[in-house]
Design a binder for this molecule. Sequence first.
Ligand SMILES: Cc1cc2nc3c(=O)[nH]c(=O)nc-3n(C[C@H](O)[C@H](O)[C@H](O)COP(=O)(O)OP(=O)(O)OC[C@H]3O[C@@H](n4cnc5c(N)ncnc54)[C@H](O)[C@@H]3O)c2cc1C
Length: 440
Amino acid sequence: MTKPESAEYDYDVVISGASLAGSAAAILLARAGVRVALLERRSDPEAHKALCTHSLTANAYPVLDELGLIPALERAGAVRNEARWYTRWGWIEPRAAPEGPELPYAYNIRRSTLDPLIRSHAAQTPGVDLLLGHQVTGLVREAGRTVGVRASTPQGEREIPARLVVGADGKDSAVAKFAEVPARLHENARFGYLAHFRNLPLHGGIGHTWFLEPDMAYAFPNDDGVTVMAVLPDKKRLPAFREDLEGSFLEFVRALPEAPPIDSAERITKITGTVNYPLHSRKPTAPGVALIGDAALTGDPLWGVGCGWALQSAQWLAEAVASAATGRGDLDRSLALYARRHRRRLRGHQYLAADYARARPFNPLERLMFSAAARDESLARHMHRFASRLIGPLRFLNPVAVAKASAVNIKHRGAAAPVAAPVAAPAAPPATSADGAVGR
Ligand SMILES: Cc1cc2nc3c(=O)[nH]c(=O)nc-3n(C[C@H](O)[C@H](O)[C@H](O)COP(=O)(O)OP(=O)(O)OC[C@H]3O[C@@H](n4cnc5c(N)ncnc54)[C@H](O)[C@@H]3O)c2cc1C
């Protein structure tokens, strides 16, 4: 093992992984005076995550703003992520209230644009050493506590000691594995494939999500006129789907309500995907260790929220530990604060996501809220705030919102019911025959 120069191992924090969570944490910690080594196993500064549909939910906006990335994102062509959601009751189309503030938003921006942008921002931040081609291969432990990492580097193996080691190394986190932090897995009963297209216009130029119970699909406009199209069917369909991947993908898209014109679009990437993507949750701290982003919690891709949480968890960690990481405070207590905040903010979301990942149809409460949101603008806005992860499940399902949704549906049924028996009444559309009124 090569002995490092003394200046090289003099870091307060070592971060494993220079993607969204790791780069954001490095910037925020370094700005608070922490000396950070940001390790990335890949050596290409332009490296990016391929398996992603690039939609950053509105909860990401304040972090992107704090990181100072908004002007660069807008210059890079990031698209504000308005969206509409198809349900069997019709489209949920959240819009700002007349005279009200605009809806909270963040951006759709391809990871091939976003990842190099945030990583170079980290590299330019005084106090951050971005070490590319450095793969964490083990932890340095003393008396049951992590006090640094071992890494394979272009110059050979080296040890990098630090007060705190941060695992920002994704769902299969090496840091979590070496620190022996167990993962709680939840099966995901859907598989997913995605591809990028040019010349694939979307209704209103905005994102689309299709809740097909249990299958799902979505399409998001991105920077540079590229649209990403993703399908997430029930795994029961996988054997037939795989027999002709391209044919099945196209057929699935063609069959969507208000399907985008896929046949006249130009596919510019391979159809890639994953057939086994369980959700993970890990305790986000261990002695001398913190986990952020997917390393701490990997959600279901169908909700498109992992990037926002990667950025937010980086911010929560930096706020909790910046001072202690420089030796001015109790690091264990700071880590406990971070763990508590992480749990409080994300546990409920993950609980609901793990349940829905069973590829079941909507449950009665979901039927109530989704059907009412398709019929009522203020409930559509309420749903937008939940889907943007600006409110948690408890606020989403608060008694006032549930009562309002019930009232909307009762009124809708009243309006749909015939006043007197018509001579030749048209058949009621399926949308109204299966609404989500309470008690169904
Ligand atoms: C199909 C699919 C679609 C998705 N779509 C969306 C979406 O639309 N919106 C959304 O918000 N989320 C989406 N997600 C989730 C999102 O991609 C992740 O939540 C997000 O990338 C997590 O960021 P991260 O920084 O925690 O980890 P990652 O982006 O996974 O980065 C981990 C980094 O660690 C590095 N690394 C790994 N091991 C080591 C090691 N031993 N040493 C050093 N470096 C290491 C890796 O090279 C990588 O750079 C999707 C996920 C999937 C699978």
